[in-house]
Design a protein. Structure first.
Length: 271
């Protein structure tokens, strides 16, 4: 499913706290932060009508198999699905893995999982190459709008497209505080730190439909893009994979079908 949004439709979902953090003013007085936000909103009012944001979403059949999830289109048997390997925490009392929140293959019943990508028009940044300050401002706004698009999309998925929470009534602040059922782990974030996981998502989602391409390391272009999973389990929660040992690195590389040293490069923050 491909959805295009007007900037005005996703602007209410912007988390301005992250915008302030990106500017380095998160610890400044509220008056200074408000002046920056007012300026940003004026820019969106002036230029936002020329651009859009874009999203892709697929609801897949899924089952866990150890630390992997087998994900595929409706009608595909387990043997036809794409195997998605994940990392497991190795520190703490409960060592979590995202696969823990999907019904196991041994249960004999299919579960479901969403995958998504969201981005903004690349021109929203490149149109301002002539002005370094405006380009920086528009880049940070584009980053926030991509995340805001994912936020709005996730709400629509929960209420309509997947529909597991049709009666949800949450404020924008509630959404930013993640009071909804389920989680939306994004690629590159602590629960899903391997940016090269985007290659697997792309095999299912075909992100070029909304203008996203991948670098050799799996980073997305345009920069103002986000991708990841949507998991509905009511006990699902975020966690930080953190450091992994050599045994898990080798096992993960085997499950990904990639050389260990290449996998080490992708996971340099976790090894």
């Amino acid at each position: 499913m491909k959805i295009d949004y007007r900037i005005s439709a996703v602007k209410p979902y912007i988390n301005w706290d992250y915008f302030y953090f990106a500017w380095g003013v998160h610890n400044k007085p509220q008056e200074e932060k408000q002046r920056l936000r007012d300026e940003a909103e004026r820019l969106l009012q002036k230029h936002g009508g020329h651009y859009q944001t874009h999203a892709l979403f697929l609801l897949l059949n899924a089952n866990s198999d150890g630390d992997d999830i087998l994900a595929g289109y409706p009608g595909q048997g387990a043997e036809e699905r794409l195997r998605l390997p994940f990392l497991r925490q190795q520190h703490g009392d409960i060592c979590l893995c995202l696969a823990d929140f999907i019904r196991p293959l041994s249960a004999g019943i299919d579960d479901q999982m969403g995958i998504f990508a969201a981005t903004t028009d690349e021109a929203m940044v490149s149109d301002f190459d002539h002005d370094p300050y405006l380009k920086m401002m528009m880049q940070l706004l584009a980053d926030r709008l991509a995340e805001a698009t994912a936020e709005r999309l996730h709400k629509e998925v929960r209420q309509t497209y997947w529909g597991y929470a049709p009666d949800e009534h949450l404020s924008i602040d509630d959404l930013h505080m993640e009071k909804f059922q389920g989680i939306r782990p994004a690629v590159g974030y602590p629960s899903l730190p391997d940016a090269s996981f985007n290659f697997l998502i792309d095999r299912l989602l075909h992100m070029n439909q909304i203008g996203i391409t991948l670098t050799e390391n799996g980073a997305m272009k345009p920069h103002a893009s986000v991708s990841g999973l949507m998991i509905a389990h009511p006990e699902a929660r975020y966690f930080d994979v953190g450091k992994i040992d050599e045994q898990q690195l080798h096992d993960y590389a085997r499950r990904r079908g990639l050389p260990v040293e290449k996998m080490r490069k992708f996971l340099q923050g976790n090894v």
